[in-house]
Design a protein around this ligand. Structure first.
Ligand code: HAM
Length: 423
């Protein structure tokens, strides 16, 4: 039997990549003062029908549960966040700066960069209207990507403003009921044949295409770019009014991250959704909000593509995998003494391995090397002394068993300095 189409098995190598990505996501997001939260993986289907937009509803993994409830595996986090915030917002000072890392499910046509499950980092700011929060959010998105060794030569954040288009529709006296469909058509215009978009846009087709070509102007977007320039991050962004985003709830600034070479699907996307919380809570709570999500699939592909980023990841993963100490049991009579010591050292935080069954000494040293141990401890004829070998320099010394810990610390540092916490 094999995994279902679009679902991945994470063998240790793939798990290491995933953990590397998660560690950077968490670390940089914490630098910006965001706190972690999580929602359930299964929700009422209704939650997505209310506001996610038709595309995501078509892609739902949904079913009727044993209690006859209509439920769906979550395709995204934003509706859950809006639901949770509406229920609990009184318990928190505003603005909320929340992040979450979790798995999401969309019944998509499987293709490069798009699977039926993926992991996302979601970062959202709730309760702040000022453009300063849009700038902070885009800066966070850029800094996360920079942490992977990616630069403005590798990436571009395409930024737009839905208000630019809603103002445009008002100008042209387009009734508000048509806006959602028109925005979806503009969103798809870069990926679909022109005739199909023309058909959807109808009488507006010529003026929309002319605006897409000329680029349009927006003071708000210019201010946003200035804010990023002050942080030295402006080279990562480009105004592109063609970015509208597929999800129905966005109301203002929207953005998507792409590789410069244009080879991959979007790496991340987000924007402002000032009405969603009010809509989902039937007006009970109204708070402005904005956020973005970054997926692990395209990010992983891009890291593999950029040699600098790939090398950094390789080094970090190799380091994170290393053990600290290998215990060589040269005489089986000493196994009990060795295990007593292993227990003590593990309690102190050292990463330790040893042979589970009698094994030739040469093979044990080979294992010590393969596992990246800095220190080998040898339990043999020298007992009650133990041989400590510095695996880096090859130097060896004999120490009495009660002094093992201080000798190990002298050779390899305290457990806290060893390994690579968080990876
Ligand atoms: P989204 O653009 O639908 O936004 O997804 C965000 C990212 O998730 C995409 O850029 C992509 O990297 C990844 N992704 C989405 N679908 C798939 C898939 N089938 N396979 C692999 N990766 C995928 C949202 O989900 C919004 N809720 C983001 C947001 C948060 N807006 C405000 N706050």
């Amino acid at each position: 039997m094999q995994a279902l189409p679009g679902f991945r098995d994470f063998l240790p190598d793939q798990c290491a990549v995933r953990n590397y990505i998660f560690a950077h996501w968490r670390e940089v997001t914490r630098r910006y003062g965001f706190v972690e939260w999580e929602g359930p993986p299964l929700e009422a289907t209704e939650l997505y029908k209310k506001k996610s937009g038709t595309e995501i509803v078509e892609q739902l993994f949904n079913f009727t549960d044993k209690g006859e409830r209509e439920v769906a595996l979550r395709p995204e986090l934003t509706p859950t966040l809006a639901r949770v915030v509406a229920e609990h917002e009184r318990e928190f000072k505003k603005p909320l700066k929340w992040f979450s890392i979790g798995q999401f499910f969309r019944y998509e046509k499987q293709q490069r960069g798009r699977l039926r499950e993926h992991f996302q980092l979601n970062c959202d700011i709730i309760g702040e209207k000022d453009l300063a929060s849009d700038i902070e959010l885009v800066a966070l998105c850029i800094d996360i990507l920079r942490a992977f060794g990616l630069t403005e030569k590798d990436l571009v954040i395409r930024i737009s403003d839905r208000e630019f288009w809603t103002d445009f529709f008002c100008d042209k006296k387009v009734p508000a009921q048509r806006w959602d469909d028109l925005l979806q058509a503009i969103d798809k215009s870069a990926r679909e044949p022109r005739e199909k978009t023309v058909e959807k846009l109808g009488d507006l087709a010529d003026s929309v295409f002319a605006t897409l070509k000329s680029g349009g102007k927006s003071t708000k977007l210019e201010h946003l770019i200035e804010g990023l320039r002050a942080r030295g991050l402006a080279d990562f962004v480009a105004i592109d009014v063609g970015i509208v985003r597929g999800l129905a709830y966005y109301t203002g600034i929207v953005f998507e991250v792409f590789d410069r070479a244009g080879k991959f699907r979007a790496i991340a996307g987000g924007g402002r959704y000032d009405n969603l919380i009010a809509q989902l809570s039937d007006g009970a709570v109204s708070l402005p909000a904005l956020g973005f999500a970054m997926g692990d699939v395209v990010l992983g592909e891009l890291i593999n593509e950029i040699p600098r980023a790939h090398e950094e990841m390789g080094k970090a993963i190799a380091n994170a995998r290393k053990i600290d100490i290998y215990v060589v049991i040269a005489k089986e009579e000493r196994r009990g003494d060795a295990l007593a010591q292993i227990q003590q050292l593990r309690d102190r935080g050292y990463r330790i391995d040893y042979p589970l069954t009698p094994t030739k000494v040469a093979r044990q040293f080979q294992a010590a090397e393969e596992l990246g141990a800095r220190v080998a401890l040898l339990y043999g004829d020298e007992w009650p002394q133990v041989k400590i070998k510095n695996m880096g320099t090859g130097e060896q010394e004999l120490v009495v068993k009660d002094e093992i810990i201080s000798s190990i610390e002298a050779v390899a540092g305290t457990a806290r300095n060893l390994g690579s916490a968080g990876c």
